[in-house]
Design a protein around this ligand. Structure first.
Ligand SMILES: [Fe+2]
Ligand SMILES: [Fe+2]
Length: 171
C-alpha cells in the first residue's frame, strides 16, 4: 500500500487536524457518501490520494491548498440521499456551490482552494478546473468515488491510515 513520505505524512495530518478543528467537517461523519463510506471518510480518502498522486508524479503543487481544498470539496453538510431535504436542485450540479458557501463561512480561502471546491465536478459542471491542484482533485475524486461505490468499505479497510482508529484520533 502506497504511503506518503514521513515528513509529508506529518504535514498532511497537521493540516487535516487544523481544518477539522476550525470547521464543521467532522459533521460529514453522519452523512453517507457512496456505498458505506461517509462524506468525511470520502473527503479524507480523496485528500490523501490527491497528495499521493502529486507526490508520485512529482507535480509542483501547493500541498497546503491541495489538502484544504480536497478536504472541503464536498463540504455541503446535508444528506444528499434524502429527497425531502430542502435542496431541490440536482445534487451533482448544486453541491460544489453549497460546499464553497459553507467553507467560506469557516475560512478565508485562497483563490486556489476555492477553485478546487468549485470546479471538482467538471465535466458535469461546464467550467474546467483552473489550477493543477483543482485538476488533481477533480480526477482523484472520480477514482475514489468509483472505488468506494464498487468495493464499499473494503477500500478504506485496506488503507490503514483511513481506518476508524485514525479517524477517531482526528475527531
Ligand atoms: Fe463532490
Ligand atoms: Fe467527492
Amino acid at each position: 500500500m502506497r504511503r506518503l513520505p514521513p515528513n509529508r505524512e506529518r504535514f498532511f495530518w497537521q493540516e487535516v487536524r487544523a481544518v477539522c478543528k476550525e470547521s464543521r467537517v467532522l459533521q460529514g461523519r453522519a452523512f453517507c457518501q457512496h456505498g458505506d463510506t461517509s462524506v468525511y471518510q470520502h473527503s479524507l480518502h480523496v485528500t490523501y490520494e490527491s497528495c499521493l498522486f502529486a507526490e508520485r508524479y512529482h507535480l509542483p503543487v501547493d500541498y497546503s491548498a491541495l489538502i484544504r481544498g480536497a478536504l472541503l470539496h464536498d463540504y455541503f453538510l446535508y444528506d444528499w440521499h434524502d429527497k425531502t431535504h430542502m435542496h431541490k436542485r440536482p445534487h451533482g450540479f448544486y453541491h460544489p456551490k453549497a460546499a464553497l458557501k459553507n467553507a467560506m463561512e469557516d475560512f478565508a480561502l485562497t483563490e486556489k482552494e476555492q477553485n478546487i471546491i468549485k470546479r471538482h465536478m467538471f465535466p458535469l459542471t461546464i467550467i474546467p478546473p483552473g489550477c493543477i491542484e483543482a485538476w488533481i482533485v477533480c480526477f482523484v475524486d472520480k477514482v475514489c468515488s468509483t472505488k468506494e461505490t464498487l468495493y464499499r468499505g473494503k477500500i478504506l479497510r485496506r488503507r490503514p491510515l483511513l481506518r476508524a482508529s485514525k479517524l477517531r484520533k482526528t475527531g
